[in-house]
Design a protein around this ligand. Structure first.
Ligand code: HEC
Length: 243
């Protein structure tokens, strides 16, 4: 039903999932393990598999003192690992920290367009203010009511958490259901593709037609800026890789 979000900078996040249905990193894994759309497993069965595994009991002993694999240890180990997923070495970060790196003129112009037209929701430094909003996507799945599935409040209908734009150029497809394959389609959506509804965020209703007006030049420089948010040190970190 949903597009899997990347794991990054989770130490600072208050909410997880597109609808914020999980708000504690330690408890997060229970959801994908037991969700029929994801692993469709039981926590107990997963723990039993680890207990019978050739390596894991020894690894738990090294970390916790004994070989015992309990729910608490299992969840704490997973959280601790996920806390290592820190993305803070992009070109953008280096420019912000004055590490002798500067934006090109296109990137700088894109940064200005971003600050004017995107930053109210995709706010620095995480590139999300962690609010839940509706950005005018057509409803393709009437059962996925977004944040309203959690709060049961009509005002949250079809609202989703503002996703971070860090590493965004590396993580198509886009939006909660992955409907856009390219960043160009995302920008076209903001400029000319929005669907009006009572749930649409008021920011997009300020202009007529609704949305965020973007010229071809603005789209071009915005892409240059978004590229500066790609953190190759992070995505190539071997400690976080299976290979
Ligand atoms: C009023 C708040 C708001 C503003 C302003 C806004 N966005 Fe968004 N953006 C969102 C929300 C909410 C989503 C997630 C919507 C969903 O999936 O249902 C989103 C999703 C995205 C995504 C998809 C990311 C992913 O990982 O799937 C991109 C890319 C994006 N926005 C870029 C921009 C750009 C570029 C601008 C400025 C031109 C902008 N946004 C302005 C609220 C906003």
């Amino acid at each position: 039903m949903r597009n899997a979000p990347g794991i990054q900078n989770v130490a600072w996040k208050k909410y997880f999932q597109w609808d914020g249905g999980v708000f504690n990193l330690d408890l997060f894994p229970v959801h994908p393990i037991e969700n029929p759309n994801e692993m469709d497993e039981t926590l107990e069965n997963v723990l039993n598999k680890l207990r019978k595994h050739a390596q894991y009991p020894g690894l738990f002993k090294a970390a916790f003192g004994t070989e015992e694999i309990t729910t608490e240890r299992f969840l704490k180990a997973l959280s601790q690992f996920q806390l290592m997923f820190i993305s803070a070495q992009s070109k953008y970060d280096k420019v912000q920290r004055n590490e002798n790196v500067t934006f090109t003129t296109d990137e700088q112009e894109g940064y200005m367009v971003y600050k004017q037209k995107c930053a109210s929701c995709h706010a620095e430094p995480f590139f999300s203010d962690e609010s839940f909003r509706n950005n005018g996507l057509s409803v393709k799945n009437q059962y996925d009511k977004g944040r309203a599935l959690i709060t049961l409040n009509d005002k949250d209908m079809y609202a989703y958490i503002v996703p971070s734009l860090r590493n965004v150029m590396l993580t198509p497809p886009y939006m909660h259901d992955g409907r856009f394959e390219t960043i160009e389609k995302v920008l076209d959506h903001y400029a000319t593709g929005m669907i009006d509804s009572p749930y649409l965020d008021p920011i997009f209703k300020k202009q007529n037609p609704i949305g965020i007006p973007l010229t071809d030049r603005e789209k071009y420089v915005l892409k240059s800026f978004l590229n500066t948010l790609s953190d190759t040190e992070f995505i190539r970190n071997r400690m976080l890789s299976e290979f």
